[in-house]
Design a protein around this ligand. Structure first.
Ligand code: AMP
Ligand code: GLY
Length: 423
């Protein structure tokens, strides 16, 4: 089979790495890919958002299976266009991907189908939104309805902060994405990410994971795309997993189908484990980054077979098999990230092949013969171990061999899992 993976980050490197292990994969292409992906796939210089150029390429090369990594091409309708051309593609349609692209739609689906989530109201009128914030008090959460590059959520600790967020969003700070705001109850607890494969009917949840969104140790500093992840998340018990399948994932997929938005691909549920039970913070229409790096390291099953079953609607015949091992991913980023950072520094220490570890590339490129930093998040060093403790030891041994000018990583990835073990 000829396979095309769309995207060029750590998540896509992990997807390519796992697909490449399948006996069904003959040739893999990745658009645009990165310097690490180039070792496993032919990188094609087409941006992930250039849906028409991707379609031309897939038709010219007779691609048998296309896998979409990031959200942007999904919301641009890449799946609809490929399907209309008779090509097999893994991911939700444009109307189904709106479960991530519109927070209001996600909340409406949850309300209508009884999925536990924070209480909310949505507003387009500033005065009404401000009145609601004052009436509810703080802490409270203000979210731009549309996609705002990860910056559309403000967890406000004071009413003044929430008022400012409403002013910014309804004042046009995020353009159309902020023309409507969702204001919701603050949920206290520990976060867990649960990804599931679905063909629109059957739901097969993956193992749980937890990511680390803040840039510095101790969960300090601004939010990022994710500084590390580990799997499993010990806070998430087998009972919770049963309940989430039954009360969250299955009703979401059934509800989307009932709304005429047949959902196929990966459904990502961002969950909060609260004293009143597990509640949904958000849905994403794709694999998470960096959760995928940790989760796919634990997947035993053939990823090509699963993706084909999702596309063909035969997922009920499949089961997912996992390694019992834990996995930890530590992101190596560039000084200044998530703000301004330098690019082009040569990276050393990439060549060593340590068993049970793999260095996924996120923002890297070739400059002549040398691999150089080419993004804020540059690498996702990932290791498996018999338990979280061993995976953490291994991942930092490997990460510490890697160096470039201005590199840093969090030293406390997996700390919550360790704290839980120590208790
Ligand atoms: P979202 O993009 O909706 O997942 O929000 C980004 C982050 O904001 C989440 O990962 C949480 O850390 C936080 N967050 C979102 N909604 C809430 C909420 N209702 N209560 C507490 N924290 C939240
Ligand atoms: N790690 C969070 C996300 O992929 O949205």
């Amino acid at each position: 089979m000829k396979i095309l993976v769309v995207g060029g980050g750590g998540r896509e490197h992990a997807i390519v790495w796992k697909l490449a292990q399948s006996p069904l994969a003959d040739e893999i292409y990745c658009a645009p890919g990165n310097a690490g992906i180039a070792h496993l796939a032919d990188c094609v210089n087409i941006p992930a958002e250039d849906v028409d150029a991707l379609l031309d390429f897939a038709q010219a090369e007779n691609i048998d299976l296309t896998v979409v990594g990031p959200e942007a091409p999904l919301s641009l309708g890449i799946v609809d266009k490929f399907m209309a051309a008779g090509l097999r593609i893994f991911g939700p349609s444009q109307s189904a991907a709106l479960i991530e692209g519109s927070k209001e739609l996600a909340k409406q689906i949850m309300a209508k189908y009884g999925i536990p989530t924070a209480k909310y109201m949505s507003f387009t009128d500033k005065a009404q939104a401000l009145a609601y914030v004052r009436e509810q008090g703080a802490p409270i959460v203000v979210k731009a309805d549309g996609l705002a590059a990860g910056k559309g959520v403000v967890v406000a600790e004071t009413v003044a902060e929430a008022e400012q967020a409403v002013e910014d969003m309804l004042g046009g700070a995020f353009g159309a994405a902020g023309a409507k705001v969702v204001i919701e109850e603050f949920l206290k607890g520990e976060e867990v990410s649960v990804l599931a494969f679905t063909d629109g009917h059957t739901v097969l949840p993956m193992v749980s994971a937890q990511d680390h969104k803040r840039v510095f140790d101790g969960d300090k500093g601004p939010n990022t795309g994710g500084m590390g992840a580990y799997s499993p998340a010990p806070v998430y018990t087998p009972e919770m997993a049963e309940q989430v399948l039954h009360d969250v994932l299955q009703p979401a997929v059934d509800g989307m189908r009932a709304e005429g938005r047949l959902y196929k691909g990966v459904l990502y549920a961002g969950l909060m484990v609260t004293p009143e039970g597990v509640k949904v913070l958000e849905f994403n229409a794709r694999f998470g980054d960096p959760e995928t790096q940790a989760v796919l390291m634990r997947l035993k099953s053939d990823l090509v077979e699963i993706m084909l079953a999702v596309i063909d609607g035969t997922l009920q015949e499949k089961q997912l098999e996992w390694y019992d091992d834990a996995a930890v991913c530590v992101v190596i980023a560039s000084d200044g990230y998530p703000g301004h950072y330098a690019k082009g520094q040569p990276i050393s220490g990439l060549d060593d092949d340590m068993p049970d570890t793999y260095v996924f590339h996120a923002g890297t490129a070739y400059a002549g013969q040398h691999i150089v930093a080419n993004g804020g998040r540059v690498l996702g060093v990932t290791a498996r171990g018999a338990d979280i403790r061993q995976a953490i030891e291994r991942v930092y041994l490997r990460a510490d061999e890697i160096y470039y000018d201005g590199c840093f990583c969090r030293r406390d990835i997996g700390h919550r899992a360790l704290d839980r073990e120590n208790k």
